[in-house]
Design a protein around this ligand. Structure first.
Ligand code: PLP
Length: 436
């Protein structure tokens, strides 16, 4: 059985396979691909598997079907998701607001954020499909944070895919810059003399301008359904660990891709009590859930910069899956400003000894507020989206010390950095895309 996918903007019956949706990224009408019908997954039997990659293989088979033959499909998933996914209680016993609150650590992949799940899996699927079609592609991505390094690392070494990565010079942190510019086969990092909006504009221009058609550009941000499906898997893993009790999930959110992964899992039958979307000052989604007329807003820069999104692109996909009353029944949302984020890092560390990165801290604060109001009883899994070592300055300001640096970050860039300077104009991309 294969699921088919359709653009969120399409009223026509045209549908595409998973592979087509994956390779296209954005639909030709500008919409996002979403499943036409949702598979019903037999989670009781999935939960009987104890290894994470086994669970992932059985669930993803329902969403992808046999377009990629089962042995290859499973091999790719096992190879991509080969790092640990710990789920740990914040406190042992006790009577605090953290009782039954668990952190689901999604930062044990190579680039230390949850984006490794989607980027690594998607890169391998794309590489496989291009090989079969005897085609090539170039991934063009503008990044201000974690997406770029996850994509660069995930796609590095895929023979049929070249990655060109744009970041705003002087506007990413030293750790981020080291992650973005580490020399990787098939990856070209460009340090743009401009801001993030310039980088995004260059990418958009290249995508629509006919001169760039020959470069076969593709995108790897969370508009791509291929990044979202692997992100269902840690929700599945967490739910399997709460024997019979339905957990709440708290998701630090920006573009709403991570949350959409959880909602897709839920709609295919995953037992969950509900979701809490935790946003920073970029609070379009909390405003939307509380009042009908909320509008997108310009980006506000915050300490949790990977969530600095004014117009979340996956909102369109969420709305295609569920109407506003249904979203409100299933999802609560909180807005956590920077001073509360820092206070949350401090409060959690003092109460539990846990060092949270600023994104995870937004989630923890959202849960604390709900718990204070007597809501969200029972187990809560807070998605820990990044390793605190990615944000040493913020951790030091909040806690007075810098977090321990994992070996894979410490040794990053040992093979040297590879980066070129670029003017803030789409023309500057041409040499890197093989266009004159
Ligand atoms: C990307 C990112 C987020 C936001 O995820 P979305 O899917 O964009 O909602 C949260 N935390 C971290 C660390 C991230 O890198």
């Amino acid at each position: 059985m294969a699921i088919s996918y359709r653009s969120t903007r399409s009223t026509a019956p045209e549908t595409v396979s998973f592979g087509e949706a994956l390779l296209r990224g954005l639909a030709p009408d500008g919409g996002l691909y979403a499943p036409v019908t949702l598979p019903r997954v037999d989670f009781a039997s999935v939960f009987r598997e104890d290894a994470f990659p086994d669970m992932a293989c059985s669930v993803l088979s329902e969403w992808i079907g046999d377009e990629i033959p089962a042995p290859d499909r499973d091999r790719i998933v096992r190879d991509a998701l080969d790092f640990p996914v710990p789920l740990a209680p914040l406190v042992s016993g006790g009577d605090s607001c953290w009782r039954d609150v668990f952190v689901l650590e999604l930062f044990h992949g190579p680039t230390l954020s949850f984006k490794d799940f989607g980027a690594r899996t998607m890169a391998r699927w794309m590489g496989y499909l291009l090989e079969r079609r005897d085609e090539k592609a170039t991934i063009l991505v503008a990044t201000s944070g974690d997406t770029g390094s996850a994509v660069a690392d995930g796609f590095a070494g895929q023979r049929r895919i070249r990655v060109v990565l744009l970041y705003p010079g002087g506007k990413v942190s030293p750790v981020q810059e080291r992650q973005l510019t580490a020399a990787r086969p098939g990856v070209q990092a460009l340090c743009v003399a401009g801001d993030f909006d310039d980088c995004q504009r260059m990418v958009k221009e290249a995508f629509v301008h006919p001169a760039y058609a020959a470069a076969r550009l593709s995108s790897a941000n969370s508009i791509n359904i291929g990044r979202l499906l692997p992100q269902m898997m840690y929700y599945v893993l967490a739910a399997s660990r709460f024997a019979g009790e339905k957990p709440w999930f708290c998701v630090p959110s920006g573009n709403l891709g991570n949350l959409t992964g959880g909602i897709l899992a839920y709609l295919s039958g995953l037992p969950a009590a509900g979701f809490l979307a935790a946003h920073n000052a970029n609070d379009f989604f909390p405003r939307y859930l509380s009042s009908e007329g909320a509008a997108f807003a310009p980006v506000i820069r915050t300490l949790s910069n990977a969530m600095d999104v004014g117009a979340p692109s996956n909102f369109e996909r969420l709305r295609a899956l569920l109407d506003r009353p249904a979203l409100r029944r299933l999802i609560a949302a909180e807005r956590v400003a920077d001073d509360d984020t820092v206070a949350s890092m401090r409060r959690v560390y003092e109460a539990t000894g846990y060092v949270a990165d600023p994104h995870t801290a937004v989630g923890l604060e959202a849960v604390r507020r709900r718990r204070e109001r007597g809501e969200m009883q029972g187990p809560v899994a807070v998605l820990a989206t990044a390793h605190p070592a990615k944000f040493p300055e913020t951790v030091r300001a909040a806690l007075g010390f810098e977090p321990e640096v994992p070996e894979r970050l410490a040794s990053l860039g040992a093979e040297g950095a590879s980066v070129e300077d670029a003017a803030p104009s789409a023309k500057a991309l041409r040499p890197y895309l093989g266009i004159r």
